[in-house]
Design a binder for this molecule. Sequence first.
Ligand code: COA
Length: 375
Amino acid sequence: MGSFKEGLEDVVVSTSEICFIDGREGRLLYRGYDVDDLVQHAPFEEVVYLLWHGALPNLKERDAHVKALSSTANRRLHPKLIAMLRQLPKKTTPMEVLRTGVSALSAFDPDAADNSREATVRKAIRITAQMPTLVAAWERLRRGKPPVAPNPKLGLAANFLYMLTGKKPTDLAAKTVDVALTLHADHEFNASTFAARVTAATLSDIHSAIVSGIGALKGPLHGGANEQVMLMVEQIKTPERAEAWIKKALADKARVMGFGHRVYRVEDPRAKHLRRLATELGQQAGKPHYVEILNTVARVVSEEKKIYPNVDLYSGAAYAAMGIPTDQFTPIFAISRVVGWAAHVLEQHAHNRLIRPRAEYTGPTRKTYVPIDQR
Ligand SMILES: CC(C)(COP(=O)(O)OP(=O)(O)OC[C@H]1O[C@@H](n2cnc3c(N)ncnc32)[C@H](O)[C@@H]1OP(=O)(O)O)[C@@H](O)C(=O)NCCC(=O)NCCS
């Protein structure tokens, strides 16, 4: 068999019209629009429409789309699903709950068996509307509190924070989550999106594809990195200790979470937005040291290793400044990336071919069967 690249590095497996990454210039486009422009001008809901439908919505389309994403009917969880969550041990991690919960959502979805584009868009709306409710409900339940019902007057980001805490968030907190959701929404053929596409390519349904995506996102080399970054910040404790700590970690050949990327050779274009918002939130919350620690770590890693911050370096500092627990960082990534997964499921179904690569076999051949009593 021909040559291959470990980890499918630089292998192009399909065409796609959804997302473009320029790894040398550090640019990221959704359907042709630079994310730098989108975070400045578009609320997350518009980005959702753009990714699924290929164009920004006009006023009428925007209103209908926002209404569908915000309606209580689409956001609420079936009481049986809440009852199911109550059965889970309190120690179940939020990513485990999300994986199990999204799988269970399909049992209550009226379109579960219909894989047409129209039904898949309807399911995508419901899953995108329900995932924040699921994440927030588990946070409440594991603390022994009742879930907070969604508020249809609030946008997706503000409503998520509201359901998490029971209080209306500050404008800065809601804006930060809205921007973070836009920045995490899609990233070409990243590991979780590829997993979702592989599942969709068997002509399986969108719930199954999204469960595949959640499973892949959970790992520390992908979405799980933002949680690991915060654990590092907690270990470093103070900005004064940061330089010596990270120099020792590099000398010990540690893999530093929140740095490096398969595609970017410069700083990830999403990092600067999250750095700015995390700095503002940290100052407002009286916790500026998170970003100060990360800035020192970033300077040393960039100088010594020529490896630059990725999307996961600063997001956790922003969430932590809002008081969100560390193990909820990756679920927040998921409630955004579900939009990208859904866009890719729609694209895969529209031009489908089963994804089935080959392996270069390196095991033994022509072994002779040995009866069990002679082994
Ligand atoms: C994202 C990531 C998995 C990409 O991995 P990859 O393309 O397979 O790159 P490799 O793991 O082969 O790394 C290439 C080289 O850079 C080094 N490197 C890459 N990321 C590194 C990091 N975060 N810390 C320390 N060294 C790193 C590797 O040690 C390797 O060096 P070597 O060639 O001397 O062995 C990797 O950069 C990483 O593990 N980052 C930390 C986890 C993270 O933040 N993930 C979120 C991504 S958005």
